[in-house]
Design a protein around this ligand. Structure first.
Ligand SMILES: [Zn+2]
Ligand SMILES: [Zn+2]
Length: 195
């Protein structure tokens, strides 16, 4: 399993969101027995947000956007479903975590931050607060952090390969289901939306 430092290396910074994703991925790998997945099986992740956490999920589990085994559902929820294809065995992990209480001083610093104050004093306080939260997430027991349930979810279809056609306006290729009709011509979405 990759270390948190390796994940930070990919993501570019350490933050509470990344720590959450790291913990979720660790639990998922264990529960789904990633090591035992054979070549003709696949682990699929369905993520319900596009926060920093998803970078940790990608690096740790190998479920990536480009391979088509990372599916994004834009629900704004800190919930992650992992399933094995083709068996359909699945778990859903949701985050239920109470971050350490903010001190009066921290609250005041956040207020100034959101008002646009970027003084060294405020930036330092915000940075420290984030570091404190990140550490709390990494140190928390699984029970205080995550809720894991077995679920059954319909299998998302395998990535389809579509024919591509040339946009009549810009000439670039576009996958067929994304093409639009405009004034009787087949065009790509950006050209379709252009006035
Ligand atoms: Zn981040
Ligand atoms: Zn076009």
């Amino acid at each position: 399993m990759k270390s948190f430092d390796e994940v930070v290396g990919f993501h570019g910074h350490s933050c509470p969101g990344l720590a959450l994703g790291y913990r979720v991925a660790g639990t998922a790998l264990r529960e789904m027995k990633r090591e035992a997945i054979s070549e003709d099986e696949e682990l699929v992740a369905i993520v319900e947000n596009n926060s920093c956490a998803v970078d940790a999920i990608q690096v740790m589990t190998g479920c990536t956007f480009g391979k088509g085994n990372l599916i994004f559902r834009d629900y704004g929820k800190q919930a992650y479903t992992f399933l094995r294809r083709p068996s359909g065995e699945a778990i859903r992990i949701s985050i239920d975590f109470a971050a350490p209480q903010e001190t009066e001083e921290e609250k005041e610093m956040w207020k100034r931050y959101f008002q646009g104050d970027r003084s060294p004093e405020v930036l330092k306080a915000v940075h420290n607060r984030k570091a404190k939260k990140t550490k709390a997430i990494l140190d928390a027991s699984e029970d205080e952090l995550l809720k894991v349930i077995r679920v059954s979810v319909p299998l998302p279809s395998e990535e389809k390969l579509y024919q591509s056609i040339s946009c009549a306006v810009c000439g670039e290729k576009v996958a067929e289901p994304r093409a639009r009709l405009k004034d009787g011509k087949t065009v790509c979405i950006p050209c379709f939306e252009k006035e």
